[in-house]
Design a protein around this ligand. Structure first.
Ligand SMILES: Nc1ncnc2c1ncn2[C@@H]1O[C@H](COP(=O)(O)OP(=O)(O)OP(=O)(O)O)[C@@H](O)[C@H]1O
Length: 257
């Protein structure tokens, strides 16, 4: 195969046979296969305790595979590759306060690219660009703890975008947002030119943003398909403890997208 062809077909995220047990012996993943291709937005669904967070923590090497493998654009997630992997995989955790710790928004967004060696005007431009992508440029000089929760989540997204990640991984991006902030974040995410894996219990959000959904349950991929097909399969939904909001019709909602 030619090099060009190989790069076209290499998934951004390639998880194969991933198994993992915590130090206390609890096995959380039993052989997960997951592939995400460039430009896709994929939702990772599943009940509490399914293994979603455990899987996400493998994507940037916070956990290392017990068995199987994880690769990001062809680069295996190993201790030796950790710095480049953490540039390639931007994880936005559920609580923005886990990733905002500097005195100003600007310093928080600059932290990652500065670590990669960016300085001066190039660093300033990168920070401005990342804040613009989430509509937060005018907050650059504010302390993060003076911002609303929704604004802090947007800044957390910017800290990751400033690294030019190959894949943006979002853990429950709509949690604790009021309806307007939830919609604004959806608009921002839809406009980004980046591959996305989104862990969510907010099924309408998954439908709105992700063409494809993967259900993780019991530490394995239990099903995957077009989000509208997954959400309208009542037997599948029941089997994996997934419930739509009362009265929500995924087929009708998909028709309006
Ligand atoms: N540090 C840990 N030590 C031992 N077991 C753990 C640890 N963290 C998670 N687990 C267990 O691993 C399993 C998967 O947990 P995980 O947090 O990955 O699920 P999840 O799908 O993210 O759940 P939720 O939707 O509630 O966030 C659960 O049974 C959980 O109790």
């Amino acid at each position: 195969m030619h090099r060009e062809n190989a790069s076209v077909t290499t998934p951004v995220l390639d998880v194969r046979g991933l198994a993992f047990a915590y130090p206390d012996g609890h096995q959380a993943l039993f052989g997960v296969d997951l592939h995400v291709h460039r430009g896709e937005r994929v939702a990772l669904l599943g009940p509490n305790g399914a293994g979603k967070t455990t899987l996400v923590l493998h994507l940037n090497g916070i956990h290392l595979a017990g068995a199987g493998s994880v690769a990001v654009s062809g680069l295996p997630v190993t201790k030796a590759n950790i710095k480049e992997i953490r540039r390639r995989v931007g994880i936005v955790f559920q609580d923005p306060d886990d990733q905002l710790f500097m005195g100003t928004v600007r310093e928080d967004v600059a932290f990652g690219p500065a670590n990669l060696g960016l300085r001066g005007a190039a660093l300033d431009a990168k920070v401005t660009e990342a804040l613009a992508k989430v509509g937060m440029e005018e907050f650059a000089d504010r302390p993060p703890h003076h911002l609303s929760f929704g604004q802090r989540r947007r800044v957390a997204v910017a800290t990751v975008l400033a690294m030019d990640p190959e894949i943006l991984v979002l853990d429950e991006p709509s949690s604790n947002l009021d309806p307007a902030s939830r919609r604004e974040l959806a608009d921002i995410l839809r406009d980004l030119d980046v591959t996305v894996l989104m862990v969510t219990h907010d099924l309408p959000y998954a439908l709105e943003l992700c063409d494809r959904s993967v259900i993780l349950d019991g530490g394995v991929v239990a099903a995957e398909g077009r989000t509208v097909d997954v959400l309208s399969n009542a037997d599948l939904m029941r089997a994996h403890r997934l419930e739509l909001p009362f009265g929500f019709d995924p087929v009708a909602a998909a028709a309006t997208l």
